[in-house]
Design a protein around this ligand. Structure first.
Ligand code: ASP
Length: 329
C-alpha cells in the first residue's frame, strides 16, 4: 500500500529503491533532505504548472545544498544556502511568500543548529529581514545567545549587516487571499490556507549533521505568536550522535510534543532507527490532535520523512547527486 502510493507520487519521481532498501533494513544514504511544508495538498486541486513550480523549487534547493556538500563544504553552509533559495521563492511560506498575521503583517521565524558543537541560533517575529535563516546563523556565530526576537533581533541584524526589506517585499496575492478566506471563515480554514514552512537537514563529508527551518508561521496568527520553527528542540534539532531534524505543521502541537528533540532522544535512549523514531513522534503529534510532518537524517545519512497530512513537499539527494522529489502521500 505504502509502496503503491509513493510510486504514484509526482510523475518522474521514483522512490522504489529507497523503499526496497528500507524494507531490508538497509536504507539508502543521503546527504541532504528538504521539506517545503506539510498540509492539505490534494493532487486534484493542483494544476500541473503549480506542481511543476513547487517541484522545481525543491529541486533548486536540493541542488544548491548538494553543490556545497560535494565540494567538501559544511552541512551548515548547505542547510543555510538551500533554505535561502526557498525563502526567496514566493511559492513557499518563508521569506518572500510568507503568510499574514491577523493584522495583515508578516512575522518570520527561523532557526539553525550545528550537530557537531550543539550550537544553535534562532530569530522570531522578525518583520524586515530578507533571509531569516542567515540571521539565525549569525545569532549562533556572532552572539552569546540562541534566540533573539522582534526588535532586538532586527537591531542585531543591523549590527551584523544582513539585508533588510520593506514589509511589502513579503506580499503575495495568494497569501493575502488566504488571509481573507480564513477571516471570512471565522478563523477556521483548511490547513492548505494556513501551513507552510521550509527546512533542510544535511550530512557533510566530515560527518557533521546540521538542521535548519524557516517560516512565516500560520495564516491569521495573532501578532507576536511564535511557532515551533525557531524553538530548538521543537521545530529544529541536530546532534551528530543521533540525527538532524526539521519540522513543519501545527506549531503549537510541535512545541508541546518537543518533536525534533524527541526524535533524537528515541535514537539516543532506545536505539530506534531514524524511520521508526520519526514515525513514533509524528504519531504522538497526531494523538494530541496536531497535523504536520518532519524530515530527519541520521549520522549515517538515512532519511525519514513521515507526515500525517495529505502531502508534504519534500526531496532528497543521495551521495551521487541523484535528486528525488515527492509531494503527495
Ligand atoms: N510550524 C509552522 C508554525 O507553526 C507552520 C508550518 O509548518 O506550517 O509556525
Amino acid at each position: 500500500m505504502l509502496r503503491c502510493s509513493i510510486l504514484l507520487a509526482v510523475s518522474g519521481i521514483f522512490l522504489a529503491d529507497a523503499l526496497a532498501a528500507q524494507e531490508k533494513g538497509d536504507a539508502m544514504k543521503y546527504v541532504i533532505a528538504i521539506h517545503g511544508g506539510a498540509g492539505t495538498i490534494e493532487r486534484a486541486e493542483m494544476t500541473p504548472a503549480n506542481e511543476e513550480a513547487h517541484r522545481a523549487g525543491i529541486e533548486k534547493a536540493l541542488q544548491t545544498g548538494y553543490d556545497i556538500l560535494k565540494k567538501g563544504g559544511t552541512s551548515l553552509d548547505a542547510v543555510e544556502a538551500a533554505i535561502r533559495t526557498l525563502e526567496d521563492n514566493p511559492l513557499f511560506n518563508a521569506g518572500k511568500g510568507a503568510v499574514f498575521t491577523h493584522e495583515g503583517t508578516n512575522e518570520l521565524d527561523a532557526s539553525i543548529m550545528d550537530g557537531k558543537s550543539l550550537k544553535a541560533g534562532a530569530v522570531a517575529g522578525v518583520e524586515h529581514i530578507k533571509n531569516p535563516i542567515s540571521l539565525a546563523r549569525l545569532v549562533m556565530e556572532k552572539s552569546p545567545h540562541v534566540l533573539l526576537a522582534g526588535a532586538g533581533a532586527e537591531a542585531f541584524g543591523k549590527k551584523v549587516g544582513v539585508t533588510f526589506v520593506d514589509q511589502k517585499y513579503f506580499y503575495t496575492d495568494e497569501r493575502w487571499e488566504a488571509l481573507q478566506k480564513v477571516k471570512a471563515g471565522g478563523g477556521s480554514a483548511a490547513d492548505k490556507e494556513k501551513h507552510g514552512t521550509v527546512g533542510a537537514v544535511a550530512l557533510d563529508q566530515h560527518g557533521n549533521l546540521a538542521a535548519g527551518t524557516s517560516t512565516g508561521g500560520i495564516t491569521n496568527k495573532e501578532f507576536g505568536r511564535i511557532g515551533d520553527s525557531p524553538i530548538i528542540g521543537a521545530g529544529t534539532y541536530a546532534n551528530n550522535r543521533t540525527c538532524a531534524v526539521s519540522c513543519t505543521g501545527d506549531g503549537e502541537y510541535f512545541i508541546r510534543a518537543v518533536v525534533a528533540h524527541d526524535v533524537s532522544a528515541l535514537i539516543a535512549y532506545k536505539q530506534l532507527p531514524v524511520q521508526k523514531a520519526a514515525e513514533e513522534v509524528i504519531a504522538k503529534v497526531g494523538k494530541l490532535g496536531g497535523t504536520g510532518g518532519l524530515i530527519a537524517m541520521d549520522h549515517n545519512g538515512h532519511v525519514a520523512m513521515p507526515f500525517n497530512t495529505s502531502g508534504m513537499y519534500r526531496g532528497t539527494v543521495d551521495a551521487d547527486g541523484k535528486i528525488t522529489v515527492a509531494i503527495y502521500r
